[in-house]
Design a protein around this ligand. Structure first.
Ligand SMILES: [Zn+2]
Length: 176
């Protein structure tokens, strides 16, 4: 496995719409290796999600650790989500902090649907459907946005909460 180079904000690959994967291509060795490398890259940089465009691959694929915040002692097993289609459940919108490996050391509060349903393929090419709420739902929405060239800045209602990580730790983290 290898650690991949992460594209940073400003790289055009982050603004392009990624293309869907063919079901029969998912089991190909190149895609399986890409998934393994993306999981290793995400873990290396302490991310909770990483989308293929962030590693310069314009494919509708992301990996994510969905069971928790990713900073637990028992880290959740990362999963691959391919060609995700999100349906919002209910109308509740919640605002919470987000960061992005392509926008290093910055945090901001982003409104997201509280609950969603996702249809996708898993890494075996099998159809999956899952329901998620709160933090995992936020991660899935953030990563799916990457597949459409959307960054979390685009979803913020205002930039008043935009903060560097040091200042986040100093002024904001305790208020949660
Ligand atoms: Zn991101």
């Amino acid at each position: 496995m290898s650690i991949l180079k992460v594209a940073r904000m400003g790289h055009p690959v982050l603004r392009a719409k990624a293309r869907a994967l063919d079901k029969r291509d998912i089991r190909e060795a190149t895609i399986q290796k890409l998934i393994d490398d993306m999981i290793e890259t995400m873990t290396e940089y302490h991310g909770v999600g990483l989308a293929a465009p962030q590693v310069h691959e314009g494919l509708r694929l992301f990996v994510a650790a969905l069971d928790g915040r990713g900073d637990d002692e028992e880290a959740p097993t990362p999963v691959a989500i391919i060609n995700p289609e999100i349906t919002v459940v209910g109308s509740e919108i919640v605002e919470d902090w987000e960061g992005c490996l392509s926008i290093p050391d910055v945090r901001g509060r982003v409104p997201r649907a509280r609950e969603i349903r996702v249809r996708a393929y898993d890494r075996k090419g099998e159809r999956i459907e899952l329901r998620a709420h709160d933090f995992p739902a936020r991660v899935i929405q953030h990563e799916t946005d990457h597949l459409d060239g959307v960054l979390f800045f685009d979803r913020m209602k205002s930039f008043e909460t935009l903060t560097f990580l040091d200042e986040y730790a100093r002024y904001w983290a305790k208020e949660n």
